[in-house]
Design a protein around this ligand. Sequence first.
Ligand code: BG6
Length: 517
Amino acid sequence: GEQTLVNRTVGKLVSLREELKHKPLSGTLGIGHTRWATHGRPSEENAHPHTAGPVTVVHNGIVENHLSLRASLEARGHVFTSETDTEIFSHCIREKLDAGLDLTAAVRSILNDIEGSYAIAVISSTEPDKIVVAKNASPLVIGLGDGETFLASDIPALLHHTRDFIYLHEQEMAVVTADGVELSTIDGEVFERAPKHITWTPSQAEKGGYKHFMLKEIHEQPRAMVDTLRGRISLETGDVHLEDVTLDDARVKAIDRIYLCACGTAWHAGLVGKRFIEQWARIPVEVDLASEFRYRDPLVTENSLFIAVSQSGETADTLAALKEAKRRGARVLSVCNVMESSIARESDDIVYTHAGPEIGVASTKAFMTQMLALNLVALFLGRRRGTATAGAVTHALSQLSQLPGLVEHILTDSTDVERIARKYVAARDFLYLGRGENYPIALEGAVKLKEISYIHAEGYAAGEMKHGPIALIDEDMPVVVISPQGSHYDKTSSNLQEVMARQGRVIGVATEGDSDL
Ligand code: BG6
């Protein structure tokens, strides 16, 4: 048969591009992979693809039982050349080919032995006209081009080539040839699925003239907020319409507790959302880190509503927490930014944040629209439970509809922010303080500084600072005090005085025009 040409390098993609200038690859089909090292250090022999005999594989995910599988394969004479869990796939599949199965059957037969998450693409020099893929918990989309077919982990990678996508769901496979795609479950049941037309333009998935994605996405917030509100608020009737929520009024009235789960920045959005929901719907809300919820034997009943908040809709801990809540009888509503993502598909109800693709790892526009969406959910539930009057909701909605313009206004001038950043660039530790709904915002600010500037930072409830971190405050530790006009203003100002009394350097976040703070 044909032969498979492989080229792998360590480091950034540009080094592979350089390599390919000297040793170009040519062929009618191919697979590629950029590796986020989970098993085995970043090195060429650990880079994908991994080959065993005629079989070549790339894999996204984690094979939980790779050690036992590796031991039994080595006992049967297979020689491994990497430290990765991925290499398991190439040896297992090869073994099935040697036993006489064709490539599709070989891939299908090994998947039941695999525990963990995978999106794999497999080729073999014995059948050089096809790529066999399979998915479980790691995302995989199929792009339908004109006389060509594409595979990727995410949509932006393919938007230059096509806008028509077929999404693979859990435990599904596809065989891609020049003639198109054949879909099947890993148990062998063949099925059809209509492609979805995605309206994202390629430019949306590019930087649009900004220095990096995060800056672009910060400036997309007004548009993302407008898109998240569009078609969902009615000031005349003082009500909220959530198109993908089928919770009927009886079910809404029966809810006696809400569990809200997320990770990272999405969890901070959840902490803010709790306040909205308790204020408007008068239902107790427990906010959990998804990784904690899964293992704390939560008292979920069929009268519980479980709300998952997730930008990607693929975060493993959040997906697992959702499945645990569902198993215990809860109704599941998700706030998600990616259509057809695993979390969206597992949910009974969905409120999409129409933030557009968020490429930056640190969440910005998604965070803002998550809080907005949770506010809409709170108003929606409040109206159906009779705890929020039409008049009060109309007033709240008219304020919400002004938010995008206010964000736009704030974003027009970042000179103050840049001046302050330069002043404190050498700081080694930051403290962020906030009260009430600004306490989660303080937590979020600290996470952002850690994630982006690699400066240690801690978010704290302003009223709690005296019981601990105040001991650390001196002229070397900048303290961000979030204190807009509002019910907590006076108390937060006194916390600010405590900081000043210890020569702390205060960076105030205040309502425009507040000269006192
Ligand atoms: C973290 C990201 O890894 O995952 C955060 O750095 C994000 O920005 C968190 O909030 C949760 O991700 P998601 O996609 O579930 O919102």
